[in-house]
Design a protein around this ligand. Structure first.
Ligand SMILES: Nc1ncnc2c1ncn2[C@@H]1O[C@H](COP(=O)(O)OP(=O)(O)O)[C@@H](O)[C@H]1O
Ligand SMILES: [Mg+2]
Length: 309
């Protein structure tokens, strides 16, 4: 058994935090040879996708420092892997899209499905369920944004291709920087952004629920640090235990058939005060933190299920 992960350069992965690393450990523990590749090493030959991959030896229970060594570098057809897991981080830029188009020619199971990664923008996807999302506008128009903020008093501005809280602004109708924030974020009207009603429940946390094949695996709350309204861990938020409420179970049940039909196997949704704000499909994280809080090895469960199907 041999599997491959498409990831950012290994030194950028944090061994005690990254979900990709947890999945690699689980795969190795279940007898897989684990290889990694960067999108830059993909190539197409005779109509199928290949890559130069590095095969890893994972250090037992490393929580810091050197957690892997490269035991082999070889060129392989992706068809020779049991499955390939695309877990490169955003931005979903031209290079990312090209990689998904090359992965279309992999002739093996690729998750999440490359065509679904192309079509499911992490911010826009949530808007398919208006009954679960806060009031939201997507536009590059300063006039429309100003009208929205003036009507609601407070709002949140999000770039459509960001992650980890990057470029997310709190907008207030009386902020003297409002015009400038809109101009810079929309690149003077050239780039649509998301404007969303500010949910006051955000101070109590931004809940991440991980879904595997539509079923919730578990959840964790991310509480903003002092001096920031964003809950992202990358923006200084802290992890707290939480539960999946009945309302959130109903939300997940509404998403499940759509995610499954799209072959979005592994998804992380963000929920604030019971409202869906984001559907993360590219490289959702927090699996490790949720596993620790639940004292269940969720990565092992996911890999076992993948091996069985
Ligand atoms: N509608 C909202 N109201 C209040 N805070 C929000 C809202 N949407 C997002 N946030 C805050 O901004 C952070 C980042 O937003 P999110 O949409 O998850 O983008 P990303 O995680 O991709 O940067 C969240 O963790 C949350 O703290
Ligand atoms: Mg988020």
């Amino acid at each position: 058994m041999h599997c491959a992960f498409v990831v950012d350069p290994l030194p950028s992965l944090i061994v005690h935090h990254d979900t990709s690393v947890a999945l690699m450990y689980a795969a190795a523990a279940q007898g897989y040879t684990v290889s990694v590749l960067g999108v830059g090493s993909l190539f197409i030959q005779a109509g199928q996708a290949w890559a130069t991959v590095q095969t890893l030896q994972l250090q037992a229970r490393a929580l810091a420092g050197a957690w892997y060594s490269v035991v082999d570098t070889q060129t392989m057809a992706l068809a020779d892997f049991d499955w390939v897991w695309m877990r490169k981080d955003p931005p979903v830029d031209a290079a990312y899209i090209t990689a998904t188009q090359m992965l279309d020619l992999a002739q093996t199971k690729v998750l999440n499905k490359p065509s679904a990664l192309r079509s499911a923008n992490e911010k826009l996807y949530a808007l398919r369920w208006p009954q679960w999302t806060p009031e939201t506008l997507v536009t590059g128009s300063k006039g429309q944004i100003r009208e929205f903020v003036q009507r609601l008093g407070k709002a949140v501005l999000k770039p459509l291709d960001g992650k980890g809280g990057e470029g997310i602004f709190f907008l207030a109708s009386d902020d003297r920087n409002l015009n400038s924030l809109i101009e810079v974020s929309t690149q003077w009207g050239q780039r649509p952004v998301m404007i969303q009603a500010y949910l006051p429940a955000a101070v109590e946390g931004d809940k991440r629920i991980l879904l595997w094949r539509g079923q919730p695996l578990g959840a964790v709350n991310r509480i903003p640090g002092t001096g920031d309204f964003r809950g992202n861990i990358a923006a200084g938020g802290r992890v707290a235990a939480t539960e999946i409420t009945d309302r959130e179970q109903a939300l997940c049940a509404d998403l499940a058939p759509v995610l499954q039909a799209a072959d979005l196997d592994f998804v992380g949704i963000d929920v604030i005060g019971g409202y869906l704000t984001e559907v993360n499909v590219t490289s959702p994280t927090m699996l490790r933190e949720i596993s620790e809080l639940m004292q269940v090895d969720l990565a092992a469960r996911v890999i076992a299920d993948l091996a069985a199907t």
